[in-house]
Design a protein around this ligand. Structure first.
Ligand SMILES: [Cu+2]
Length: 272
């Protein structure tokens, strides 16, 4: 879930006024419609993955449910830059226990991380059936909303920066997947999602901003190289506990720089 505080500070400007490209030759329509296709592909994948994940929970298959948890989340984490556009569902799908008064015991705590708590900390699928139904319903609702959803360019481009900020500020501490330690799967998907946005808009500025583009490309590349060290042969990631301090420091530095640089991308595109 995206912190409302980070959202409001980083998007405050963008939401305050109409966004007009400074340079009329900057055609945002193409990248935006390509991005919408990317989001729709991911939410469709999320629906089918969530069907299998929730079916395993309801069948009482603990091992299968645990195995499907992280891969099911990846398509959600890839679209997290625009979570602002469906913030009600982001809360019910992806909130942390800390957001609730009674933490894990709070009846308002739902979604992936409530299920994660049950599967890992309580070691059982028992009592998770209702949470599984709710999660699948929320995910289907999200997928059905995408077609009609308007994607404001300042929210899409700003969202990539905000997500990097969020990774640097909170996710790097390992808060997101604290019961399963599958955080590296989420990081990888978050970077993919932010890089997708950057890559789609990059051609619009590449000519005039060669240094900027080289720097951002290099930082995404550096992050990919660190994460690649932790990939498993099956295409997943090892436990977050295996991340060394020095790699955590590299990731943290790169993510902070990416957050700053992507925050300036909005201005470079004339998005205020
Ligand atoms: Cu998340």
């Amino acid at each position: 879930m995206i912190s409302p505080f980070l959202r409001s500070t980083a998007l405050g400007l963008a939401l305050a006024g109409p966004a007009l490209a400074a340079d009329p030759s900057l055609d945002l329509v193409g990248p935006l419609s390509d991005y919408k296709i990317f989001v729709a592909e991911n939410t469709a994948q999320l629906v089918s993955d969530a069907e299998a994940f929730t079916a395993a929970i309801k069948a009482g298959d603990l091992d299968k449910a645990k195995a499907l948890f992280a891969p099911t989340r990846t398509s959600y984490e890839r679209v997290e830059p625009i979570a602002e556009l469906f913030s009600d569902l982001d809360v019910s799908i992806d909130a942390r226990a800390d957001d609730y008064e009674k933490a894990e015991q709070d009846p308002g705590f739902t979604g992936f991380h409530r299920i994660e708590y049950g599967l890992w900390s309580e070691g059982s699928t028992q009592g998770l059936e209702g949470h599984a139904d709710r999660l699948l319903a929320d995910i289907r609702e999200l997928d059905s909303r995408i077609t009609a959803l308007t994607f404001p360019p300042e929210v899409v481009v700003g969202g990539a920066a905000v997500l990097m900020e969020e990774v640097a500020a909170t996710k790097i501490s390992g808060e997101e997947d604290r019961y399963s330690r599958t955080d590296l799967w989420d990081f990888d998907a978050n970077f993919e999602g932010a890089e997708k946005i950057y890559t789609l808009f990059r051609p619009l500025i590449a000519d005039g901003e060669a240094d900027f583009v080289a720097k951002v490309d290099g930082n995404f590349q550096a992050v990919r190289e660190v994460l690649a060290k932790y990939e498993t042969p099956e295409g997943g990631f090892v436990s977050y506990e295996e991340l060394t301090d020095s790699d955590r420091n590299i990731l943290s530095a790169k993510v902070n720089t990416l957050a700053e640089d992507l925050a300036t991308l909005r201005g470079k595109l004339g998005l205020g």
